[in-house]
Design a protein around this ligand. Structure first.
Ligand code: DSN
Length: 423
């Protein structure tokens, strides 16, 4: 059952409590490989469920538009100070509601409508808010898109430079949602400098790896850094914007009053807890294990003939192109989910298929590493994935059911933060 327990919810709203318990069990029984998800600690869950949700706090510590901020002010200051210390930045704004609002605040801080913005194309691993056409950022600004190289699957830095010098974007994004390789922040910084652009690093996926020393940091290279707090960083759903002192005022003004109203104080508190956890020595061990697991899983998938974008991974994320397996990403992801392996279908670079039925699968190791699985388990994970993908092509549900049972059995030995088997 859910841990901490939710007795008042059971009494007040058994229907909703039942759904929460079902979700907790689902998370306990599944091999959760969605690259942007994790398990937060019970302490983070507790902080997110406090009376802080009752309070309005528009403004910033010491400069609020509502009274009664005696405790919210130090909570927000604690969260911001912890972010500054953990990442080594001069300024941190912990109020953005999530990643997309955080990124929108960067536009608000540095651009005027119609200005050119450059980002990695969405199907190549970028993010909607880096100027993709269906996003406000692609409609209200003039997008310039760079890609990965067809031969290496890695960001084409020559193209980034050529485009930047030709199109003169005011803002360049590096980072994204499906990038299996190290981001070369110094190279992006040099290009941005040459082009006279602001460099924004979106580290949502790799923030925990950076905090734990398992990926280079953009600090000292990027002008502004955005991140969600709930992926490898293992905090609540939320976001932060970090910058040099020079940009602090512009960033803060863009978040409030530019885009948002009152910050979600219960989330801010949970972010503070997560940042404290991420500053402990054990978190660096965790971050390195996330990467070691991803490398081991990638190696095992390659052994089984899977085609991986860029040929492997440097971080927590693997992008599989299923074209040579004769099945689309969507039916494969659905069969894997039925088999207890939760991931998402994903476009691969130069994907000939449509975004809603693309060729690939995206896999991440942040959550299973939190459960305690190590490299020695990755060949088995790859074997299960392979069995299910093959079974899905033949519509063989018996394999799917057997694998789901085997996974439940395995995971029973790996405790889940947020779940207790005790009655
Ligand atoms: N939805 C996030 C992800 O899954 O990567 C990005 O916004």
């Amino acid at each position: 059952m859910h841990e901490p327990s939710v007795p008042h919810l059971h009494a007040e709203d058994p229907e909703l409590a039942g759904l929460v318990e079902d979700e907790a069990r689902r998370q306990y029984e599944k091999l959760r490989l969605i690259a942007s998800e994790n398990y937060v600690s019970p302490a983070v869950l507790e902080a997110a469920g406090t009376v802080l949700t009752n309070k309005y706090s528009e403004g910033y510590a010491g400069r609020r538009y509502y009274e009664g901020q005696q405790f919210v002010d130090p909570i927000e200051t604690l969260a911001a100070d912890r972010a500054k210390e953990l990442f080594g930045v001069e300024h941190a704004n912990v109020q953005p509601y999530s990643g997309s609002p955080a990124n929108l605040a960067v536009y608000m801080a540095f651009l005027e409508p119609g200005d050119p913005v450059m980002g990695l194309s969405l199907p190549m691993g970028g993010h909607l808010t880096h100027g993709w056409s269906v996003s406000a950022t692609g409609k209200w600004f003039r997008p310039v898109r760079y890609e990965v190289r067809a031969d290496t699957g890695r960001v084409d830095l020559d193209q980034v430079r050529d485009l930047a010098l030709k199109e003169r974007p005011k803002l360049i994004w590096c980072g994204g949602t499906a990038i299996p390789r190290t981001i070369d922040f110094p190279a992006f910084a040099e290009i941005a400098r040459e082009a006279g652009a602001v460099l924004a690093a979106d580290i949502a996926h790799i923030a925990g790896l950076i905090a734990g020393g398992a990926h280079p940091s953009p600090v000292g290279h990027a002008d502004v850094i955005t991140t969600t707090t709930h992926k490898t960083l293992r905090g609540p759903r939320g976001a932060m914007i970090m910058s040099t002192a020079e940009h602090a005022k512009a960033v803060d003004k863009a978040v409030f009053p530019g885009l948002q109203g009152g910050p979600h104080n219960h989330t801010t508190a949970a972010i503070a807890v997560a940042l404290k956890e991420a500053s402990q020595p054990g978190f660096a061990v965790y971050a390195r294990q996330v990467v070691a697991n991803a490398k081991a899983l990638a190696a095992a998938l390659l052994d089984r003939g899977y085609d991986l974008t860029s040929g492997g991974t440097d971080n927590h994320l693997i992008l599989i192109d299923l074209t040579n397996k004769g099945i689309g990403g969507k039916p494969a992801a659905q069969a894997l989910d039925r088999a207890g392996i939760e991931l998402n279908y994903n476009a691969v670079p130069f994907d000939p298929r449509k975004p809603f039925d693309p060729s690939g699968l995206r896999v991440g190791t942040a959550a299973i590493t939190t459960r305690g699985l190590g490299e020695e388990r990755m060949p088995q994970v790859a074997a299960w994935m392979d069995e299910v993908v093959q079974a899905a092509s033949k519509q063989d549900e018996s394999v799917v059911e057997r694998v789901a049972g085997q996974i439940r059995e395995l995971l029973a030995s790996y405790p889940m933060p947020g779940w207790t088997s005790a009655p």
